[in-house]
Design a protein around this ligand. Structure first.
Ligand code: FAD
Length: 455
């Protein structure tokens, strides 16, 4: 049976693109892409420079990309590990980066409250449940590592089996890591609210305008060129389709499902009273949230990477992945047997070759970029936007010294190596998880290989 698409779009049916007839020929800042990176960047720049002409050019409609379709985890997670940041920049800056992410979750709360955006935001933490000894071992290592970087138990701590059950009654739970710096939100309500607030402040948003290439101080689009002082490329996973950028960011698909609203009896059993976001410690990433209207929205990786970094509308759904997600959710919560699944959707997220997100600004060309969040972009895009605002203003701040600023990742391999390597990585993650489910033991060899492929 074909299910309706993105659950979040039920909130406002008119997501169709309001195609602009024309665009201006000059602006102070041009932002390419109306996702969270683009919208938050416009927000902070407009606040700092109220007289600037800021234009956002969006190929489709506001929030068309991952920003309007994600799992709604507004977390302080980063794709790069604290150890890798320590290796490249030292322990102090690694800790500073993590603390900046903690602050970002509260900053988002502060901004949406100030702007009057109701996006079902709630800071109830996130729980990473251990369902095998090997996951428990990895959880302990994660918390020990955090302590080494001065992240204390108020931020991240291990829960006992009974403490875990008091948060979420997940099948086979032995223990969990509880991350207090995490909130949950409704992605579509957030992007729509931000866009509405920006329009009220005279930020110009042009939908249906494809940017074809960027050169210093000039943006070339399907509706003509714009001359500008600053260009922000905020196209994340879609950057591979821009001329000259095909191997910088790899589009990886993440897909989701949602259930019908659950009864109170089901919620009494499952828990998640504080709308804590949840996953478990498997290699193939999964993520879930209890929505404000009482459903489970649940997603995961596992969809294939498409040759040549292709992005197509029909890749947003995949029957095999949908079945795998339904099966996994029932495995975690067997009480859901008989519950209807009502939505299925997905989209591409962006990964750099070293799994390192970045914010860059080259004053000589006026070109700025942000992205490579690998599925942790909801909060990170806000930090990127504040950092870009300081960089563009020429203001030195604690943000401009963070270790992701002007970080350049090496390019992805050409095809067909890329296709083979990325799809092998997905298969390996699934083999390791199946083995662990059968034997209770992780596969060190596969996990080492995966960690080499993602760093
Ligand atoms: C299914 C799914 C679930 C996810 N879940 C989570 C989660 O729970 N928590 C989390 O932190 N992260 C999650 N992510 C990742 C997160 O959503 C992204 O990292 C983040 O939204 C990226 O924001 P962005 O603004 O940089 O890019 P996007 O939101 O992708 O926006 C880029 C925009 O650029 C536009 N564009 C592209 N090319 C052009 C062009 N040539 N000209 C003009 N415009 C162009 C696109 O149409 C798009 O609107 C998820 C992603 C997916 C796909």
């Amino acid at each position: 049976m074909t299910l309706p698409g993105c659950l979040w779009d039920d909130f406002s049916s008119a997501q169709s693109c309001n195609e602009a007839d024309s665009i201006p020929s000059t602006a102070d800042v041009v932002i390419v892409g109306a996702g969270l990176t683009g919208l938050w960047s416009a927000h902070y720049l407009q606040q700092r420079f109220p007289l600037w002409r800021i234009c956002i050019l969006e190929k489709n409609s506001v929030g068309f990309g991952a920003s309007g379709r994600n799992g709604g985890w507004c977390s302080s997670l980063l794709p790069m590990s604290l150890e890798s940041l320590e290796k490249s920049h030292g322990a102090v800056l690694a800790t500073a980066m993590q603390c900046a992410m903690h602050d970002t979750v509260d900053e988002i709360d502060h901004q949406i409250t100030a702007l009057g955006i109701n996006c079902d935001f709630h800071k109830g933490g996130s729980i990473d449940v251990c369902r095998s000894q090997s996951q428990l071992q990895k959880a302990r290592t994660r918390v020990d590592t955090a302590r080494r970087f001065n992240i204390d138990a108020d931020h991240l701590r291990i829960l006992s089996a009974s403490e875990t059950r008091s948060v979420v009654n997940m099948q086979g739970a032995l223990s969990a890591v509880f991350d207090a710096d995490s909130a949950v939100l409704h992605p579509r309500k957030l992007v729509n609210g931000l866009a509405q607030s920006l329009r009220q402040r005279n930020v110009e948003i042009y939908e249906g305008v494809e940017v074809r290439s960027l050169s210093p101080t000039r943006v070339h689009t399907s509706k003509g060129d714009i001359d500008t002082g600053v260009i922000i490329r905020a196209t994340e996973a879609f950057s591979s389709s821009l001329k000259g950028h095909s191997r910088e960011i790899l589009p990886l698909y993440s897909l989701m499902i949602a259930t019908e609203p659950l009864t109170q009896t089901l919620w009494d059993d499952i828990g998640l009273k504080d709308r804590t976001t949840f996953n478990d410690g498997r290699n193939m990433i999964i993520y879930g949230q209890r929505t404000a209207d009482g459903r489970l929205a649940f997603g995961g990786r596992g969809a294939p990477y498409h040759f040549g970094s292709a992005i197509r509308p029909h890749f947003d759904r995949n029957i095999k992945v949908r079945e795998m997600l339904e099966h996994t959710l029932l495995e975690l919560f067997p009480i859901l047997q008989g519950t209807k699944f009502t939505h299925h959707w997905g989209g591409p997220l962006g990964a750099a070759r070293d799994w390192h997100s970045s914010v860059t600004f080259d004053r000589a060309t006026g070109i700025a970029t942000a992205g490579g969040y690998v599925g942790d972009g909801v909060a990170t895009a806000n930090l990127a936007a504040r950092t870009l605002t300081d960089l563009i203003s020429g203001q030195q701040s604690h943000l401009t010294t963070l270790p992701w600023v002007n970080h350049f990742s090496r390019k992805w391999e050409p095809e067909p190596i890329r296709f083979f390597a990325v799809n092998t990585m997905t298969k390996l993650a699934s083999i390791a998880d199946n083995r662990e489910a059968k034997t209770g033991r992780g596969s060190q060899i596969i996990e080492n290989l995966l960690s080499r492929l993602t760093s």
